[in-house]
Design a protein. Structure first.
Length: 298
């Protein structure tokens, strides 16, 4: 998930304060002054960023509403809203000004009197898309709510990733509760501790989810057969031979709700793949400084 910040350069002081607040909350954003290099095509870079961003945050001020660039960016956001049938533009009001006609019916994050109040309103609007540890995903058969947490959570201080989910069958009166535990080997745990030391503990979470998502997308299956009301458990091991990482996945599922008297073959592999993809897509990208830190330990 990324945020494109549309603003006038005359509002740079406010935008820098906003950018730092977003960084503190692990929200990835695109801002021209931080992303463009000498020789880059301004039009191409901005067009790509506008297309790929989940949201367009428009900083509204006396300067920006008269900026031709800002007007073009707002128009691009409005076109995306029509095409995607969802909210794309999030107005940010920094001072009293002439709000563009097509933005007047939108609620805005009001920064005019208090920065914290405006920031809280903005974060609330972004929250459904920025939390990479909680979410809801859908498939033709299920609607799945999920949550995860991770850390050194075993008696021997091994890295563990917990993934809990409940999948509601769309055309049945039952659901599937799943609890998955992914335990890392010593080498992967050592790497996680190095990530912790440089303040990037969440990178291991992304690495683990990526490894499992790729395995299931390449055809590895994890299907469990539920015959009654009892819990069903299965275990698999996934290896990254290049890095020497090994992860043991133990998943336990059970049926909740109405007993139809029929067996259920639950494809947990496909559910985990979708959960992993959702969490990864919501995670912010590394900053240049963080990338350098990461390379320093590799």
């Amino acid at each position: 998930m990324s945020v494109f910040i549309s603003y006038s350069h005359k509002d740079s002081d406010f935008v820098d304060q906003l950018a730092n607040a977003l960084i503190e909350r692990n929200i990835y954003f695109w801002m021209d002054r931080w992303e463009l290099n000498v020789g880059d095509s301004l039009t191409d870079k901005i067009q790509t960023a506008l297309t790929e961003a989940s949201f367009l945050c428009v900083v509204l001020s006396k300067y920006s509403v008269d900026s031709d660039w800002c007007k073009r960016e707002i128009n691009a956001g409005l076109i995306r809203e029509l095409e995607e049938k969802r909210v794309v533009i999030l107005p940010i009001l920094t001072e009293d000004c002439q709000i563009p006609l097509f933005l007047r019916d939108k609620l805005y994050a009001d920064f005019r009197n208090d920065f914290t109040t405006g920031l809280n309103a903005l974060i609330s609007a972004l929250s459904k898309e920025i939390n990479s540890n909680l979410g809801r995903v859908g498939t033709p058969q299920y609607l799945t709510d999920w949550g995860l947490d991770w850390g050194l959570l075993t008696p021997d201080d091994s890295f563990v990733l917990y993934i809990d989910s409940i999948s509601f069958a769309k055309d049945q009166a039952w659901s599937i509760l799943a609890n998955a535990t992914i335990v890392a080997n010593d080498k992967a745990t050592k790497r996680y501790k190095e990530y912790v030391d440089i303040g990037l503990d969440w990178v291991m979470k992304i690495n683990v989810l990526t490894i499992f998502a790729e395995n299931f997308s390449k055809g590895q299956e994890l299907k469990l057969l539920i015959k009654d009301n009892n819990r069903v458990t299965q275990e698999i091991t996934v290896v990254d031979s290049k890095l020497g990482y090994e992860f043991k996945l133990i998943v336990s599922i059970r049926r909740l709700g109405e007993d139809t008297g029929k067996d259920i073959l639950f494809n947990y592999g496909s559910i985990l793949e979708i959960i992993a993809s959702s969490s990864i897509s919501r995670s912010r990208k590394l900053t240049n400084e963080e990338t350098l830190k990461l390379f320093s330990i590799l």
